[in-house]
Design a protein around this ligand. Structure first.
Ligand code: EPU
Length: 343
């Protein structure tokens, strides 16, 4: 079969509304669905798009679209889930970058391979998970990560990244820094140790598990699902991008100053002596919960989540975010950093 026959269709004037979890109605001049590694590796020689700006989109769960995109949106649709094998007392499982993250987590449990049960219901795709090293309820994806495959967009080269190369940090990786915009992740391999230990230290999860007759991986999965449903809005009903700000990390000294001034400040000591603060608490204390700018609002049950109540624009969400940042800086002398990327 000739290369031309395999090339994906180039769509024009494409609405991104269903490709970003805020539901902003922005358009891309062009779009292309990439559903194989070959299609990804051929982009650099495809005359239709090789000189265009390119935007790789997974589930669009970590992006604020503030304008139309004058280029080609590459919508990653590479699917497939498989158990690769066993190695050093662990199962290795691989999923295509376009797989839905939550469905993948549920699938690993159905295979009898626990390890990701603390991370259900996180919106987005498997390929997006390593970019910001998704984490919740006592577990970060990086702890279960083995390697990933990616295509370098400019050259079509297939590159393997191990954990070191990914440089995972708190909601951070190589792909948010030096690697930003340069690669399309095509698949991810996870290492799930057979010697399973439950992670139930997180207070909300422990509470949800009280009274449960068992504490296996499925029970933790169910508990986290219940906690998330109670606290976090469902983006298919109320557009959002999860936590809008990172939890800020401050020096021990800055924390002592803050603690002396503010009773009840929520904090998590870090291994290096610094202290992580709960951004949601800081924002809540500034009185922002439930407030809005146009259709852009702070969620009523979790001040860390900004939502689109309907008809909001990305610019309004950013305006709201700036106002919040200003108030938190003035009151607590703490600088908040956004989690999603902006376009
Ligand atoms: N809090 C308030 N008011 C609020 C929100 C929070 O007082 O409006 C307080 C809570 O009572 C709690 C503390 O702040 O004492 C922390 O809140 P929570 O336990 O809900 O967790 P979080 O720090 O807000 C983080 C992650 C979430 C993750 C949860 C659970 C970040 C930026 N956020 O939220 O991740 O699901 O822990 O592990 O690290 C995401 O990154 O998109 C995300 C949702």
């Amino acid at each position: 079969m000739s290369h031309a026959l395999l090339a994906p269709e180039l769509l024009a004037d494409y609405s991104l509304q269903t490709h970003n979890t805020f539901g902003f109605d922005m358009r891309a001049r062009h779009a292309m669905k990439i559903d194989s590694v070959d299609a990804a590796a051929s982009l650099h020689t495809d005359r239709r798009v090789m000189n265009m700006a390119q935007l790789v989109l997974g589930g669009g769960s970590n992006i604020v679209l503030t304008r139309d995109f004058d280029g080609v949106a590459l919508i990653v649709g590479i699917v497939g889930k498989r158990v690769i094998g066993e190695e050093d007392g662990a199962w290795l499982v691989e999923a295509g970058a376009g797989e839905n993250w939550h469905d993948f987590v549920a699938w690993t449990l159905a295979q009898g391979m626990p390890g990701l049960e603390n991370l259900p219901l996180i919106p987005g795709t498997v390929g997006a998970a390593p970019i910001q090293n998704i984490g919740a309820y006592g577990l970060e994806m990086g702890e279960r990560f083995e390697r990933l495959n990616a295509v370098e967009l400019a050259t079509g080269a297939c590159v393997e990244f191990d954990r070191t190369a990914c440089a995972f940090g708190y909601r951070d990786s190589f792909f948010k820094r030096a690697g930003r915009g340069r690669f399309m992740i095509t698949s991810v391999v996870f290492r799930l140790p057979k010697a399973w230990r439950p992670r139930t230290e997180y207070a909300d999860v422990a509470r949800a598990l009280e009274g449960a007759s068992r504490c296996d991986a499925q029970a933790i999965f169910d508990a986290v699902v219940a906690v998330r449903r109670a606290k976090l809005p469902d983006w298919t009903v109320l557009g959002n991008a999860g936590s809008f700000f990172k939890n800020p990390v401050v020096s021990a000294q800055a924390f002592e100053t803050l603690k002396a001034r503010e009773a009840g400040v929520v904090s998590y000591p870090q291994a290096d002596g610094q202290v992580k603060l709960a951004a949601g608490w800081l924002i809540d204390r500034c009185g922002w919960k439930g407030r809005n700018i146009g259709g852009a609002a702070v969620h009523e049950r979790q001040a860390l989540v900004l939502v689109n109540r309907g008809g909001a624009t990305g610019t309004q969400v950013l305006e709201l975010a700036e106002s919040i940042k200003r108030d938190v800086l003035v009151r607590f002398d703490v600088e908040l950093e956004m989690e999603p990327v902006c376009l």
